[in-house]
Design a protein around this ligand. Sequence first.
Ligand code: AKB
Length: 338
Amino acid sequence: MQALITGISGEVGHGLIKKLHSQGYKVVAADIKEPEGEISEYIDQFYSCDISDKEGVDKIFEEKHFDIIFHLASILSTGGEKNPELAAKVNIEGTLNLLEAATNQSLADKKAIKFIFPSSIAAYGIPNLKVKGERKKVKEDEYLNPITIYGISKLACENLGNYFSKNYKLLGEINRDNLIDFRCVRFPGLLSPDTVPSGGTSDYGPEMIHAAAQGKNYECFVREDSRIPFMAMADAADVLTSLAEAPKENLKSFVYNVQGFSVSALQIYDMTKKFFPNFEITYKINEERQAIVDSWPEDVDDTNAQKDWGWKPKYNYKKTFSEYLIPKIKQRYLTPDK
Ligand code: AKB
């Protein structure tokens, strides 16, 4: 089984590569950054490729045939607002390049390649805090009015993926069973002990914990009552592989909400302080980043994922800290060369 992963140097890539390798996949990786550290051991072939470069993407598909693609490469919500044109190019054109190449290969090989796409809670746009507080658990088809170019790109690519898997060349004579098998989840903010994210807006969560583990204090850029769903990174890799393994006939939808737990910035601080008692936080609100977080739901309804493919997080809020983040993060910062 051969898997292509784009965006390996990002947050989700690390955990996913290890998992796929342990499941016996040959892993082909494409990224603009060379893989560093232990993940290099798990990669069978690396392509230095900017996914918005169509020729570069096509070359990979000329040389390799895939059973499954995990398309993780993306410019995140805060980064995207610094250069929306670039974000649209990478996030939309890049995804389109991959969808086209995967579709051509699926049709030529007469075998539907699985295309797994992580979307985000950024696909939502809650109109105001009153609605956010009242509505709480948002379903997949509600409030799809994203305010960032990242959220707009994610929503567009969810629909592009669905198009390429069902209606591609609607008037053409195509064996539709050989179109790609597109599956997508909307991730919440992610908390990892291994990587400190950059360019996202949910970054205050992981930044806070990594600061505390290094004996630093943290200046938080959103209000203490800001609340969105989060998930342990260990669960995020599982989300992608278990969605990939789900029998196609069970999947009633092409896009699923998933979440671990819904917490405020203050609750993340309180939990972090339990493990790092000297840790202190101050608040200096960045109005633009605050507006982004305010537009994301407080929580999401992931009943469909539970029903259709048995999704259940291993880590609740407490366990995420006590059994995953804290032991690993302490080890990370105590080991001198990390
Ligand atoms: C971001 O903050 O942009 C991402 C996300 C929630 O998709 N982490």
